[in-house]
Design a protein around this ligand. Structure first.
Ligand code: ATP
Ligand code: MG
Length: 181
């Protein structure tokens, strides 16, 4: 992982709101970044992935699985919405691309997974977030959001933003671990 350049020569970008940006120049590197994150995860951790088709959400999740000791190869769960994997901790891999409304999450009982002792990784998290103001998201307050975007055929930017104490701790620890990736 190559940290973003910054004028003060800090090893990574720290935005005003404590946001962190990681960069990847290959799918393999995105997987390794994921692996570093997977190694840090604890029961109940919540990762919200956003970004366009092909941004690298599943690729990152594959690495997270490796870091969690999942032996099965993680693939895109698009047609199943949720797939559960066994590792050091259970991994609940969601892909909300096909849901029609955030209410479906409750109808399908997915919110129970977010409270469980595994780790939840949600692709297309934005589709699970209510559009009405004042309504809350179906997942816990503390989460790490990872916004992936493509800025070249093999180049990806991962913008981290944390909510809650645990989300912030995870962002910090991952950014630090990423320096060694
Ligand atoms: N630096 C990179 N990081 C991640 N993927 C990359 C990178 N460079 C190229 N790729 C390629 O981009 C594609 C990313 O696909 P992936 O399925 O991970 O995206 P996704 O965000 O999960 O898409 P979808 O919204 O369809 O689920 C793969 O073909 C991967 O090989
Ligand atoms: Mg995907």
């Amino acid at each position: 992982m190559r940290a973003s350049p910054s004028s003060s020569d800090t090893p990574r970008d720290m935005g005003a709101a404590g946001e962190v940006t990681l960069r990847s120049d290959s799918a393999a590197r995105t997987r390794r970044l994921g692996e570093a994150l997977g190694a840090l995860l604890q029961p109940g951790d919540m990762l919200l992935l956003t970004g366009d088709l092909g941004a690298g959400k599943t690729t990152l999740t594959q690495g997270i699985g490796i870091g969690l000791g999942v032996r099965e190869v993680i693939n895109s769960p698009t047609f199943t919405i949720l797939k559960e994997y066994e590792g050091r901790l259970p991994l609940y891999h969601f892909d909300l691309y096909r849901i029609e409304s955030p209410d479906e999450i409750y109808a399908l009982g997915f919110d129970e997974y977010f409270q469980a002792d595994g780790v939840s990784v949600v692709e297309w998290a934005e589709r699970g977030e209510p559009v009405e103001p004042g309504q809350r998201a179906p997942w816990p307050e503390s989460a790490l959001r990872i916004e992936l975007s493509s800025d070249g055929p093999d180049s990806r930017v991962l913008r981290l933003s944390a909510t809650g104490a645990r989300g912030a701790e995870l962002a910090r620890a991952w950014a630090q671990a990423a320096e060694e990736v």
